[in-house]
Design a protein around this ligand. Sequence first.
Ligand code: SAH
Ligand code: SF4
Ligand code: F3S
Length: 443
Amino acid sequence: MQEKYHIITYGCQMNLHESEKIAGVLRRMGYEETETKEDADIIVFNTCCIRENAENHAFGNIGALKKLKKEKPSLLIIVGGCMTQEKGKTEILAKKFPFIDVMFGTLNLEELESLIEQKRKAKKRVVKIREKEGEIVENLEPYRTSYPNAWVNITYGCNNFCSYCIVPYVRGRERSRKAENIVAECENLISQGYKEITLLGQNVNSYGADGSTGATFAELLDKVASIDGKFRLRFMTSHPKDFNEDVVKVMQKHRKIMRLVHLPVQSGSNAVLQAMNRRYTREKYLAEVKMLRSYFPEAEVTTDIIVGFPGETEEDYLQTEALVKEVDFASAFTFVYSKRTGTKAATMDGQIPEDVQKERIMRLVALVNSLTRKKSEKYLGKTVEILCEDFDEKRGYYMGRDEFGRMGYFKSEKNVIGEFVLLKITQANGISLYGEAVKDLDK
Ligand code: SAH
Ligand code: SF4
Ligand code: F3S
């Protein structure tokens, strides 16, 4: 019988895509996927350390495997991802969970197969973490599970050192892939029938900043959008310090590029932005949104916001609220600041008490939700083109998104996943839109 793998992923899109690469490695080794931990012969935790609660989840779930491992000693337990790259974390994990078999990091994913082989031979735990990033490894073919969407890395790592953020410490310095490799991967995906490509990087706008790739981000976007075929193209994450009009001009040239920009603002207060080392001001941010909407008045902007950063006053917080209203975000990921050891902000004065942080996040979430709800209402009666992505088995609805990223649900007799569908919106229920498919565009 074929041995089975099960991967548990925490964190961002980048990590979800990395799990597809891990799956690729395991499948080439002869494993097949299983939905349940109990059925698995190998379990991989692809961890995240962006906030304390991400780590706590992983600690809890790894700990819960103790019993399973006892019942089935042949089960291989593997831990990788951003947590193992964190200073001192591997030792803590090793001590806390003696049953972990293999640990690897974000910077040596390509070694996973050989580490598993070593473990099989030696019987001893195998731990290998690279401290420094190496050359980009191009031949790690992912096993994709997100059809019709495909994620494509354009950069790895980050050079920005926002003062709260651990990513530069666990993902290494920024490296950009060669434009020709990215374009070739995208062409291949389109020819396989993928309908939406998301170009991924911590700061896509600094793609090729070291001059090593033969293209700027705007040029790369232009090349990918010029590939033949009907598909959508998006990119994330844009950094407000580098987002520029060249990119928007390329968006204007190509209808394939979604009218949606994820532009994390983090705070609406200049004092906080400065302490965060974000290197832009509230005014610059607002000017960028204005520039984008001068090209596409209907363009949607989504964002990330942190509340309770050290030193954040009520006045600072209220400036964030005011900015949120002014931009009228389509949606926002909102976070309570989480102290990360080793970052600059961890040692700053003025850490904010938990009750104040909680109270601010609740107010912010209510504000963001009210904006999203208002936007939903505007959709009523409209017909939008959506790309069907999934079927929600529990509720019996197909789900897709329009080019502004809004989710719509509908019923269909036949499977339309991967097809563009015209949806007439008949019901706006909070953030969810419901509608009737009026015509399959493909037909
Ligand atoms: N590279 C992207 C985001 C990476 S992390 C960018 O620059 O925007 C995703 C989000 O997590 C960040 O935008 C930020 O809002 C949040 N985040 C990062 N570190 C955090 C911390 N220490 N506490 C709370 N939220 C954090
Ligand atoms: Fe973190 Fe800032 Fe880099 Fe984003 S740009 S990953 S928030 S350091
Ligand atoms: Fe992503 Fe978490 Fe690492 S957000 S880059 S998986 S720390």
